[in-house]
Ligand binder design. Structure first.
Ligand code: 4NP
Length: 152
């Protein structure tokens, strides 16, 4: 099973989602992340995201931002988008129904949450990063159990 987490810049939300998900799935799973923009390409995650993850014993410091590529639509089985705008952009670049079916909103796939979007903490403070971590952690628990039941 190959999972791709996608947000806008690939420096805040999707690096956290990648790091958290890796702690919840078997080692045979591939978990990666990407952004819809290339503005931060090659950069490590935002310092606040690294610090928040480290506080929960998750190390995301070695990750590097990259934009989503055409190959990702073929390589990955599941592509989880952090918000509606990211979902729209990722869906728009899918070439066919098979690729579109891989794409979903992260919180919709996780189910049982009132909101469908993981809020962007980029313009916020450390408390916003912590809230995002908690939301992603719950979402990853739900998605990881769905996926591991069927794909061990
Ligand atoms: P992310 O957050 O999509 O969660 O990585 C953002 C990162 C960068 C920008 C916006 C959001 N930016 O405008 O540069």
């Amino acid at each position: 099973m190959k999972i791709l987490m996608v947000c806008l810049g690939n420096i805040c939300r999707s690096p956290l989602a990648e790091g958290i998900m890796k702690t919840k799935v078997p080692e045979s799973f591939v978990v990666d992340s990407a952004g819809t923009i290339s503005m931060h390409e090659g950069e490590h995650p935002d310092k606040r995201a690294i610090k928040t993850a480290a506080h929960h014993d998750v190390d995301i410091s070695m990750q590097k931002s990259r934009p989503i590529t055409r190959a990702d639509y073929e390589t990955f089985d599941k592509i989880y988008c952090m918000d509606a705008s990211v979902y729209k952009d990722v869906m728009a670049k899918a070439l066919n129904e098979e690729e579109r079916q891989k794409v979903s909103l992260f919180l919709e796939a996780a189910g049982k949450f009132n909101n469908t979007e993981v809020p962007d903490p980029y313009w916020g403070g450390m408390e916003d990063f912590e809230k995002v971590f908690q939301l992603l952690d719950k979402g990853c628990n739900a998605i990881a159990s769905q996926l591991t039941i069927h794909n061990l």
